[in-house]
Design a binder for this molecule. Structure first.
Ligand SMILES: O=C(CO)[C@H](O)[C@H](O)COP(=O)(O)O
Length: 213
């Protein structure tokens, strides 16, 4: 089985701080994620900067697109995004638009199941329609209310859809291995890295745990 990938969520608003954090963690993670607040604040320029500075990392742009999928995502793919996200609560045509833009740019589309009621149905349909990645995601607000992504992961993994499963929602060194063992092929970490005294040390520790899982 292929090793799981680690994705670091860059959730700062500040352009220079985002690049500085990426510099610290890039050797230990596979995917650098431009978080939703960061992409809204900084736009295409930060995608270009990350792609240029970190050619050995994949770049995920967490657009969380809700409408006009192809139109909104195309410039980000053209700027170097390897993966863009689109909301699973959006219209089938919106998800289809991002999948189309991804395919046109030799890249991938991720369907984010955040706030989706029937996650199994949306994931099944999205995989059938060509989405490469399904994102099981407990957002920051839901985390603050005590929720975790683990039950949803079990539901989605049980479908055996043949697509990659990304999991986000407060993962840390105590939960990352069990997340992979439960079926995640991409594990997303934000606060546990950027909130650590040494983000580089934290990313290195997570790398070792993921490689040993
Ligand atoms: O997409 C996000 C919020 O919507 C976060 O980037 C994602 O949840 C990862 O961060 P954390 O590990 O702190 O939960």
């Amino acid at each position: 089985m292929a090793k799981a990938l680690i994705q670091m969520a860059l959730d700062s608003l500040d352009f220079d701080q985002t690049l500085a954090l990426a510099e610290q963690v890039a050797p230990y993670v596979d995917i650098l994620e431009v978080g939703t607040p960061c992409i809204k604040y900084n736009g295409l320029e930060i995608v270009t900067a990350l792609k240029t500075k970190f050619p050995n990392n994949l770049i995920l742009v967490d657009l969380k697109t809700m409408d006009a999928g192809e139109y909104e995502s195309t410039p980000f793919y053209e700027a170097g995004a390897d993966i863009c996200t689109v909301l699973g609560v959006s219209d089938k045509a919106t998800m289809g638009g991002v999948i189309k833009a991804a395919n046109a740019n030799n890249a991938e589309a991720q369907i984010d199941l955040i706030s989706v009621k029937d996650k199994k149905a949306v994931a099944t349909e999205a995989a059938k329609n060509g989405a490469q990645i399904i994102g099981v995601h407990t957002g920051l607000d839901a985390q603050a209310a005590g929720q975790t992504p683990f039950a949803d992961l079990q539901d989605i993994a049980s479908l055996n859809l043949g697509v990659r499963i990304s999991v986000a929602g407060g993962l840390n060194k105590d939960t990352i291995q069990k997340t992979i063992q439960a079926g995640a092929t991409i594990v997303v970490v934000g606060a546990a890295i950027y909130g650590a005294p040494s983000p580089a040390e934290s990313a290195k520790e997570l790398r070792a745990l993921v490689d040993a899982a």
